[in-house]
Design a protein around this ligand. Structure first.
Ligand code: ZN
Length: 184
């Protein structure tokens, strides 16, 4: 097994390479790696850095869904636990977007506690990126739509880490305030 520092460092490096050239949604189309850094760092913060595999899975959580990466590769390079966590956070991209969204709401309560943490951190990061100054109508609609859906997914992920739940609630509150301010 890799040492904790190497576990996280190798995960960050692989994520950076695999997601190279991709942009995230929201705030100025930042590099995708910024999203992964936010998710990994949130997980490290709320667990006081006690779980390197969880933080590594945070860096890697979108690799199977968005890049040419397999469970086997992650299991070999990192650990079976890291690989299984990433698989748990992977949507079936052959399904239509609305079906995938509904499935996330239904599946969330049945995920492992660690996958629930990753999913909550993912939603915090994605809502945060959609809160932009002077939003267009499309940006406002996208934030309202995403935040309402994320709230339903995270409803099934609560109760594992109160600090993370609180950050999610603060992020939803910021989204609501931003929408109220712009008349949404
Ligand atoms: Zn993500």
């Amino acid at each position: 097994m890799l040492t904790p520092v190497r576990m996280v460092s190798e995960a960050a490096e692989l994520a950076a390479r695999r997601h190279n050239g991709m942009a995230r949604k929201g705030r100025g189309s930042e590099p995708y790696i910024n999203h992964l850094a936010e998710v990994a760092n949130l997980l490290a913060q709320v667990t006081d850095g006690a779980d390197a595999e969880l933080v590594a899975a945070g860096w890697l959580h979108d690799t199977i869904e968005h890049t040419e990466t397999t469970r086997e590769e992650l299991a070999q390079k990192f650990s079976a636990r890291v690989a299984d966590l990433v698989v748990e956070c992977t949507d079936d991209m052959s399904l239509a977007k609305l079906v995938r969204r509904q499935k996330q709401i239904e599946d969330a309560p049945h995920k492992s506690p660690d996958a629930k943490l990753i999913k909550t951190a993912d939603k915090i990061s994605n809502i945060g990126a959609r809160i932009v100054p002077h939003p267009s109508k499309d940006e406002r609609d996208d934030l309202a739509d995403y935040a309402a859906w994320a709230d339903q997914v995270v409803a099934g992920c609560r109760g594992i880490n109160p600090r993370l739940d609180r950050i999610f609630d603060d992020t939803i509150a910021r989204a609501r305030a931003a929408l109220a301010e712009t008349g949404g």
